[in-house]
Design a protein around this ligand. Sequence first.
Ligand SMILES: Nc1nc2c(ncn2[C@@H]2O[C@H](COP(=O)(O)OP(=O)(O)OP(=O)(O)O)[C@@H](O)[C@H]2O)c(=O)[nH]1
Ligand SMILES: [Mg+2]
Length: 324
Amino acid sequence: MGPTEPASLPVVAQLAEASRLGDRSATARLLSLVERGGDLADEVASATHSHTGEAHVVGITGAPGSGKSTITNSLTTLLAEAGKRPAVLAVDPSSPLTGGAILGDRVRMNDASGVGVFIRSMATRGHAGGLALAVPGAIRVLDAAGFNPVVIETVGVGQVEVDITDAADTTIVVVAPGWGDAVQANKAGLLEVADLFVVNKADRPGATDVSRDLELMLDLSTVPGRVGTERPSITMTTATEGEGIGELATAVAGHLELLSQGVELDRRRETRRIAEVRAHLDYLLGGAAEEVLATERLEPVQAFESPMMVARRLARRLAGQLLG
Ligand SMILES: Nc1nc2c(ncn2[C@@H]2O[C@H](COP(=O)(O)OP(=O)(O)OP(=O)(O)O)[C@@H](O)[C@H]2O)c(=O)[nH]1
Ligand SMILES: [Mg+2]
């Protein structure tokens, strides 16, 4: 923010402006507001929204311990050294709000932070609108701040991991020998969401088996690649040594190019936009319903009015309030 700006300018707009100009602490503060949710998060969305669309959003998912953070560290370090401005958003849906970095990841992302990669952990348990609102909001902040690519690492396992792939242009699924191998990835529904596969820990026995299993499953799969019939490529990496990371960077850039050639990039982003609108609508309606329930004095149980009828009556009142 500059000294010439009027003092009345809302603080969120000032932060957004500073963030766009490269002030990282302003970016961090915007992310904290997004993480907390509520009215200020909405203001952040308004202040950043018109400056987005440049960043390639890359999701990295896979079983716990497969090497997602190590890969993210190596990949973003390489990209930063090549002159790009990557940011990392590590999303942990199972932890309560932290407002800061998760210690283990901070250690594993040492190289990246050393070369100026912007790294932020975000816990979404306790977020008013949950993951569905917090993650797109955070991506928007980073995109508007000029970071590109924005890499989202998901911590934890389960449905959430698959959900989060909806937020990305390109989804990388990491598998490693042992627990979290190809069969596990298939069971977790990760085969369908992968644009690119990484078989990490290539230095470990069994890595080529994992790769072969993946190829087999892709052969047998009736699910085509997410872009037309494009089959996800498999990159072998030893992330701890940086091996294969250059190939991965090439694959990631190649996937963006593929998306950009046709309508697929726009289509994915439009799908994302609709999903976010839906999440907001759910949140608004859910909140309004709670309010109606809290403020309307519900009559004692009436034999002639079923719970459904009460709900309909309240919904009519709610609609009147929302529209009136
Ligand atoms: N041998 C070997 N170990 C690796 C490799 N990549 C990562 N590791 C190790 O595997 C462990 C887990 O790596 P992380 O990068 O934290 O894995 P993650 O998928 O981010 O784990 P969570 O975030 O906890 O789900 C660490 O001890 C890494 O040093 C690799 O290529 N080879
Ligand atoms: Mg991790």
